[in-house]
Design a protein around this ligand. Structure first.
Ligand code: PDD
Length: 284
């Protein structure tokens, strides 16, 4: 039996019913998080839940729970669905109300839904690396909010997939911002480059872990935007996300990156990242 969380209750999946008037459905008016589960343990859950509250505050949405309560809900979902390796998805919308653009007045109670699913680590792809495709970043200017409004990301990812690629690389005014659902990194002469955490990217939790590990390993980090041309010339490229961890990129558009194999620094960071997760699943 699959147990979901919906509107204050744990319910069987078949009993989950969302109203057509949910503002998430109409407007994407809400925020979300994806938290990885390794060996039944939530990974960097405090950081994810803190970011959920930050995203909510940025859209003036008050989550009707505390951080500890949401953490508890996530943990209960992992246990009741017997998840060993997988992820928890959690979203909060502005609630159910007849369709008007402005916030409902008086406010309605936000709708919190969550579930836990099994999902394997992408071990094989992580060893070999993937191809990515550049696309124009035509998103809004609040990409720091983990909003449910993902149409531009959906369009970009589809374009990449249709071109036989794993991910789309957003390029705004000639500079690489991030992926459709990942953060982008480049390595040149041993220095790690990534876009600064401003309004043009989501400050990924995996990004933050990788930056911390880089500093611990003595890898120089430059948080500055780099151009698409610079990306082509990088010795190494990789991307990070909750589900893809540290994913090597071996081709960008029609250009091979470095030797066409996962780079040295990338592999070093992959290994360091793996040491952060429970050893039982680290080898799987
Ligand atoms: N995506 N940038 C964007 C636009 C994202 O959607 C994500 C995450 C990231 C990486 O963030 P993190 O390391 O915290 O997962 C960067 C999630 C996984 C998703 O939408 O499925």
């Amino acid at each position: 039996m699959t147990v979901y969380f919906m509107d204050g209750q744990f319910v069987e999946k078949k009993h989950v019913a969302i109203s057509i008037d949910d503002r998430g459905y109409y407007f994407g008016d809400g925020v979300y998080e994806v938290i990885k589960v390794y060996d039944g343990e939530l990974f960097t859950s405090k950081e994810h839940i803190a970011r959920l509250f930050e995203s909510a505050a940025k859209i003036k949405l008050v989550i009707p729970y505390t951080e500890a309560q949401l953490l508890d809900i996530a943990q209960q979902l992992v246990i009741s669905n017997s998840i060993s390796v997988g992820h928890v998805y959690m979203q909060v919308t502005r609630g159910v109300s007849p369709r008007i653009h402005q916030f409902p007045d008086p406010a309605v109670s936000p709708m919190v839904t969550a579930y836990a699913l099994s999902s394997a680590r992408p071990v094989e792809v992580m060893e070999n690396g993937v191809k990515v495709k550049s696309v124009v970043d035509f998103r809004w200017l609040r990409c720091d909010i983990k909003s449910l409004n993902l149409l531009a990301n959906v369009m970009a990812k589809q374009e990449a997939v249709e071109a036989g690629c794993k991910e789309a690389v957003f390029v705004r005014d000639g500079f690489v911002t991030e992926g459709a659902s990942t953060n982008m990194f480049g390595v040149k002469n041993g220095i790690l480059y990534t876009h600064p955490a401003n309004n043009l990217i989501l400050n990924g939790i995996t990004r933050q872990v990788v930056l911390r590990l880089s500093r611990e390993l003595g890898i120089a980090v430059v948080e500055e935007p780099f151009t698409l041309e610079a990306a082509f010339a990088m010795d190494e490229l990789f991307m990070t996300s909750t589900t893809l961890e540290v994913m090597p990129i071996i081709q960008l558009d029609d250009k091979t990156i470095g030797s066409g194999r996962p780079g040295e620094v990338t592999v070093q960071l992959q290994k360091a990242f793996t040491l952060q997760i429970p050893t039982v699943v680290a080898g799987s």
